[in-house]
Every structure is written in structure tokens, then in C-alpha cells.
Design a protein around this ligand. Structure first.
Ligand code: GUN
Ligand code: ZN
Length: 436
């Protein structure tokens, strides 16, 4: 293929964000082009603008794909998901700790077998693509095998994915437990193998304080010190029984976050799942360290965990991200996730505007990952990971759209009524994944 034949034009209604909208009328926070186009070459966005101008400047051989009247946005980013839990999504359980013991740990045990990991990885990535998610941050199981299965599948599909081996050395079935030393050795080897290979990013992944001895959290801190450009992910303050058990296991820590703080696990590349039941002091430590609070709405409702305080986080100056948390979460869809998140915020009289919602699942999450130089935007030079959205995907949506006049209304319908049916196409590095 010559460079010209390799160049494509994607035509559609372009929408991308540059900041959090300060209100419904804040048009400076986003860029919208009614008849827009992206020029894509070698997996990257080369130019963005009005269709006629892009076409005139492009090589004549450039193939044109017309997605009108659909919207073209940066692909969705899911900042917290469990790859080995794909088989137990929608399991009837009590709250967090019972759900972990009854369903989660047994299913994660199966990932000792590489072939199982490979099969679930295929299904998992199919689900992400179907739902318009082009980047995710995942927990693999404690088996190094599962990390290989996860990144091998991402590599085949050309996807920018983050993830790591779950470190866990107590309070779980023995066959799922590693040791402080083996978790350090295995994580280090996987990190050396995968981090920066193609689009892969390794994430240091101690599950949470309950399933880690102090020695293991120390090992996680050592890994992070050795590799400061890696992310670290864990869970915190999701559930009252979890918090009480953590206090018993770490009686000397003044508060839950203090456990992670004392082992050097906090910083701007640290993603803390849930952050629901936070003390004022913990909020202050979050802000001082720049650690990211990850909101998982469908999971928090499904497991009866509690209500995330977005406004509280933001007024405290804490960066936030939003995520599905499948299989505690009940949908792969970032649209369903926004809808449930909206309702959680409504209960606290924190109404989220649709411009804020769609900022959050694109640029907002990219910012939370410190990756907005590559993903979450439609800016030239960034990766051509895209989602194409159809707000009339179902009859009820089409009916509702008959009376819609503004972009914000359309976005709100996509968020409230949409799911994978509203995802007309997903592009990974410039390649069509759904219908191509
Ligand atoms: N806390 C520790 N492990 C998990 C998990 O797998 N899911 C959720 N939601 N919370 C956790
Ligand atoms: Zn989780």
C-alpha cells in the first residue's frame, strides 16, 4: 500500500472535548462540527475539520466513509474493570465480601489455565468493542498466564490497554494466593515483558488491603518506585464490612488510605476504585498525592455499596474517573454507566450535565490516566480510537429524537436510553472493528 491508499477520511458529526463544561451554555469546552471529517493515516488522526476542506487537502485516492448522521467521538475509556470476572457478571449475591468469596474468587481460579484465559479474553474484547470502549484498565487474575492472555489479545487487535497481575497473598482460596515475593517477581517479569510493548501499559495491581499482607504492599511500593511511569490500581472504601475488616488487619493505620500511603502507593498514577466512604483526612491525602478516585456506578448500586460524592471530590481538588467495574458492575457500556452515575448523583442533588458526562468518558478519563496526549481526543497526532454513536438506534430512541433540538439533548438521550445498539461503529487505530 502506498501512503495515499493508506489514508482515509471519516465523515460525520464530530464531537470532542477540551475541558469540563462550566454549564450547559459553555461552548468553549467542546468542539462540534456538523459536517466534519477526520483524516486518518497509520492509525493516527492527521487532520480534523470541515469535510469539504479535509477532502480537498487529502490525496484523491483516500477512501471516504460517511457516518452521517451519526456522531463521531473519541472512543470510550473504562478506567476500572476485571477481565477474569466476565463469566460472573450478574451473579446474585449479598454485598462485596460475600460476592467475592461466593463468585469472584472461584471464577478467578479458572485462570490458572491459559486456554481459559485466552477464551475469556476473546469474549472480553468483543464486549468492549461492541460497547464502543477502545481503552480499558483491567485487573487480570493472580496468575501471570492471565496477563499474557489479556495483552496478547490486545496486541492482536491493536488496542491501547492497561492492566496487571492481581497481587493477593491472604484471605482468599490458597490456589489464588501468591506470596509477597512471588507477586513481586511475577509482576516485575510481566512488567518487563509488556510495559511499553506496542500499546500495552502495565499496571501494578495489589487487589486491596484485605488480600495483601504488609509485606506484599511493601513489594508493590517497591515496584512502583522502580517503575514510576507505571500506574497502580487498588480498591478502597467501597463497603462498611470491608472497612471494618481492614481496620482489624491494619490496626496501626489511622485510616484505610493510610495503609496505602504508608507503603508509598499513592500518586497521580494511582487509581483508587470506589472511594465511597471517605473521611475528611483521607480526602486531604488524596488531594495532596494527586491520587485518582474512580467512580463505578453500576457496581456501587448492584453490590449496595453506597453513593459516590462527585461534587465532594471535585471541591476537594481530587481527580476523578468513571468506570464499569464489571463483574461487580452490571454493564460493559459506558453509556449505561453514565446513566446509573447520573442517578446516583441525582440522589445527592448533584445533577450532571450531558456535556460533562461525555467529557468524562473520553477526555476526562484520558486525563485521569495522564494519557490525553494519545487518547480521549480527536486532536491531530493522537491515536484514531473512535466511537460512532447513533441516537436513533432503537424505536423508543428514534421517537424521542423527533422532538430534540440541541446536541446536549441528543447526548442525554444516548446516555439515558443507549447501550451497545447505539454504537454504530468502533475504530481502533483507524480500523473499523464492528462492521468493517
Ligand atoms: N474489592 C476487592 N476486589 C474487588 C473486586 O473484584 N470487585 C470489587 N467491586 N471490589 C473489590
Ligand atoms: Zn473492582
Amino acid at each position: 500500500q502506498t501512503a495515499d491508499q493508506n489514508t482515509k477520511i471519516l465523515r460525520g458529526r464530530l464531537l470532542s472535548f477540551s475541558a469540563v463544561a462550566r454549564g450547559p451554555e459553555d461552548t468553549s469546552a467542546y468542539s462540534y462540527e456538523e459536517d466534519g471529517a477526520l483524516l486518518v493515516r497509520d492509525g493516527k488522526i492527521v487532520a480534523k475539520g470541515v469535510f469539504s476542506e479535509i477532502r480537498d487537502a487529502a490525496p484523491e485516492t483516500a477512501e471516504i466513509t460517511d457516518h452521517r448522521p451519526h456522531l463521531i467521538l473519541p472512543g470510550f475509556i473504562d478506567t476500572h474493570i476485571h477481565f477474569p470476572q466476565a463469566e460472573i457478571i450478574a451473579s446474585w449475591a449479598d454485598q462485596l465480601l460475600d460476592w467475592l468469596n461466593d463468585y469472584t474468587f472461584p471464577t478467578e481460579l479458572k485462570f490458572e489455565n491459559k486456554a481459559h484465559g485466552k477464551r475469556i479474553a476473546g469474549e472480553f474484547y468483543d464486549a468492549l468493542i461492541a460497547h464502543g470502549t477502545t481503552t480499558a484498565v483491567a485487573y487480570c487474575s493472580s496468575h501471570p498466564n492471565s496477563v499474557d492472555a489479556y495483552f496478547e489479545e490486545a496486541e492482536t487487535r491493536g488496542m491501547l490497554m492497561l492492566g496487571g497481575k492481581t497481587m493477593m497473598d491472604r484471605n482468599a482460596p490458597e490456589a489464588l494466593c501468591d506470596t509477597a515475593q512471588s507477586s513481586y517477581d511475577d509482576s516485575k517479569a510481566l512488567l518487563a515483558k509488556w510495559h511499553g510493548r506496542g500499546r500495552a501499559h502495565y499496571v501494578i495491581t495489589p487487589r486491596f488491603a484485605i488480600t495483601s499482607t504488609p509485606e506484599q504492599l511493601e513489594a508493590a511500593g517497591t515496584l512502583l518506585k522502580e517503575q514510576p511511569d507505571c500506574h497502580l490500581q487498588t480498591h478502597i472504601n467501597e463497603n462498611h464490612n470491608e472497612i471494618a475488616f481492614t481496620r482489624e488487619l491494619y490496626p496501626d493505620a489511622g485510616h484505610y488510605l493510610g495503609v496505602y500511603e504508608s507503603f508509598g502507593l499513592l500518586g497521580p498514577r494511582t487509581l483508587l476504585g470506589h472511594c465511597i466512604h471517605m473521611t475528611g483526612h483521607e480526602m486531604q491525602v488524596m488531594r495532596e498525592t494527586g491520587s485518582v478516585a474512580v467512580f463505578c456506578p453500576t457496581s456501587n448500586l448492584f453490590l449496595g455499596s453506597g453513593l459516590f460524592d462527585k461534587a465532594g471530590m471535585e471541591s476537594a481538588g481530587i481527580p476523578t474517573a468513571i468506570a464499569t467495574d464489571v463483574g461487580g458492575g452490571t454493564s460493559y457500556s459506558m453509556l449505561r454507566t453514565l446513566d446509573e452515575g447520573y442517578k446516583i448523583l441525582q440522589l445527592q442533588r448533584q445533577r450532571m450535565h450531558p456535556l460533562t458526562s461525555f467529557y468524562w468518558v473520553t477526555l476526562g478519563n484520558a486525563n485521569a490516566l495522564s494519557m490525553s496526549d494519545r487518547i480521549g481526543t480527536l486532536e491531530p497526532g493522537t491515536d484514531a480510537d473512535l466511537v460512532v454513536l447513533d441516537a436513533k438506534a432503537t424505536p423508543p430512541m428514534a421517537l424521542r429524537m423527533e422532538t430534540v433540538e440541541t446536541l446536549s439533548e441528543e447526548l442525554f438521550i444516548l446516555q439515558t436510553l443507549g447501550d451497545d445498539r447505539a454504537v454504530a461503529e468502533t475504530y481502533v487505530a483507524g480500523e473499523r472493528q464492528k462492521t468493517g
